[in-house]
Design a protein around this ligand. Structure first.
Ligand SMILES: Cc1ncc(C[n+]2csc(CCOP(=O)(O)OP(=O)(O)O)c2C)c(N)n1
Ligand code: SF4
Length: 268
């Protein structure tokens, strides 16, 4: 029987704003199935987001949701978690939201190891505002603000998260919808700050400018260039050129921020 998503959706908010061929619907469905698998009650879940096409997602979902200001998803999520640590707090946003204007919040949430699950939808561009380059836009790619090609080096979000101290870091793509669901569930089950970078196609703001073909071609590109983490470890830098590792990239246990803070100030 087909999975019934309606239990978790605010039907009055549908239709959504996403363009045909946008990868975000695939992410929303995987996220719903993963949350369902946790067995958590809807009221135990809080979803925060910033501003952007990615950040519209919580508006469609029937949990406690906070659609905040640009880049501030994690700032609000941190406040919610500290105020009520029993809640399962999920913060999400696009690559621009989380690593440009919200980049400072992102690295410090990683450093603190607060028990929040963070999803970064990486479509290589600022989708909502018309295709300006972001910190993840590949070098030489075209953007509205880089008509001759982007001169900047790109952030590797997963490596940034690992370097800043996140204790669970994974990467997946919208091609891998079923493994994505399992990775999201793993991230939700992890105690500490978990990050899942989700590669998603933006045919409107990125694909068209970079001649990536149809949305289906963009998804096939993900399939062809995603390398399972175990295999990627065996490959040289030259062999990995233009490719990226998927799966769990980093997992360690460290003291969680709210518990450590409470112990520090004598609340526990
Ligand atoms: C303070 C502030 N600056 C700029 C904007 C304009 N703005 C809205 S969304 C956005 C970028 C969104 O890009 P991204 O986070 O990558 O998400 P996407 O739309 O690609 O999903 C920008 C710059 C804003 N809303 N607020
Ligand atoms: S502009 Fe890009 S990211 Fe935004 S809804 Fe359209 S395809 Fe998706």
């Amino acid at each position: 029987m087909a999975y019934d998503y309606s239990k978790y959706l605010r039907s009055g908010k549908i239709p959504h704003i996403w363009c045909p061929g946008c990868g975000y619907g695939i992410i929303m469905k995987s996220l719903i199935r993963a949350i369902d698998a946790t067995g958590l009650n809807k009221d135990e879940i809080v979803l925060t987001s910033g501003i952007g096409c990615a950040s519209r997602l919580p508006g469609y979902m029937d949990f406690n949701t906070l659609h905040t200001t640009h880049g501030r998803s994690l700032a609000f999520a941190t406040g919610v978690k500290v105020a009520n640590p029993k809640l399962k707090v999920i913060a999400l946003g696009g690559d621009g939201d989380m690593t440009a204007i919200g980049g400072n919040h992102f690295i410090h949430a990683c450093r603190r190891n607060i028990d929040i699950t963070c999803f970064v939808f990486n479509n290589y561009i600022y989708g909502m505002t018309g295709g300006q380059y972001s910190p993840t836009t590949p070098k030489n790619s075209r953007a509205t603000t880089a008509p001759y090609g982007n001169a900047d080096n790109q952030f590797d979000i997963a490596q940034l998260a690992i370097g800043a101290g996140a204790t669970f870091v994974a990467r997946t793509t919208t091609y891998h919808a079923v493994p994505m669901e399992k990775l999201i569930k793993q991230a939700l089950d992890h105690k500490g700050f978990s990050v899942v970078e989700i590669m998603a196609g933006c045919p409107t703001g990125y694909g068209r400018k970079n001649k990536q073909g149809s949305p289906a071609n963009m998804i096939l590109w993900q399939k062809e260039n995603a390398i399972p983490a175990n295999k990627a470890k065996e490959m040289s830098a030259e062999e990995m050129e233009g490719k990226f590792a998927i799966g769990v990239l980093h997992e360690v246990q460290k003291p969680e921020y709210v518990e450590a803070y409470d112990a520090q100030v004598g609340l526990k």
